[in-house]
Design a protein around this ligand. Structure first.
Ligand code: GDP
Ligand code: FE
Ligand code: FE
Length: 187
């Protein structure tokens, strides 16, 4: 699917703000794919559809997870996590994307998972550092992303986990497991 068609299909599902974020993720993911030798077309497609389910009804998504998806535990760590696995499902059903590499990158873009593929890492990081993001510390992660993909992901996880801890929010076990796996692999 070409870029224009993909953007046309995702746009009605997003707000203007979220659409601009999606464009930012797309451009950043393509840059990272060039830099680290990933498939640029897959990076473009996964980025365009990564937040496809961001505004879907939460009850509908909870029911979908209960009835059809394997990640049951994700139901217990906050509604923000639902759109990633549900997005992968809807993109397959409604848009007809069957490429498992692309679907996995969408499925794990919020939490990460241990032993992510190169494409999964690129979408995860592009979502965090795209130019419209203004988290504290994001500029440092942007710089690190130019030379150290895994290190930049660790930094983004430290920021996200710290943010969640400060707000007394639950931390999804695979988010911590992703952090541990990448950190231990570095040593
Ligand atoms: P966005 O969809 O582009 O906004 O970005 P994400 O897909 O990364 O979703 C971001 C949201 O997920 C934020 O509200 C984070 O706090 C939340 N989030 C990320 N990781 C975790 C986690 O491990 N546990 C919980 N509870 N929330 C998380
Ligand atoms: Fe998201
Ligand atoms: Fe996003």
């Amino acid at each position: 699917m070409n870029r224009g068609k993909a953007l046309q299909l995702v746009k009605p599902h997003l707000t203007e703000h979220r659409y601009q974020h999606t464009i930012g993720v797309m451009e950043t993911a393509i840059d990272l794919a060039k830099l680290y030798g990933a498939d640029q077309q897959k990076a473009e497609l996964a980025a365009i559809f990564h937040d496809y389910a961001k505004f879907r009804d939460k009850n509908e998504m909870r029911t979908l997870i209960r009835e059809k998806l394997s990640q049951q535990d994700i139901l217990f760590y906050g509604d923000e996590l639902l759109h990633a696995p549900c997005g992968a499902y809807y993109v397959r059903e409604e848009v007809g994307i069957e490429d498992e590499d692309v679907l996995q990158a969408i499925r794990f873009h919020t939490t990460g998972r241990p032993n992510m593929s190169l494409l999964e890492k690129i979408i995860f990081l592009a979502d965090y550092i795209e130019p419209n993001r203004q988290f504290p510390g994001v500029e440092k992660v942007r710089t690190q992303a130019k030379t150290d993909l895994n290190g930049a992901i660790i930094s983004s996880l430290v920021n996200t986990i710290t943010f969640l801890l400060k707000k007394n929010q639950p931390i999804y076990p695979d988010t911590l497991a992703t952090y541990n796996q990448l950190l231990l692999e570095q040593k």
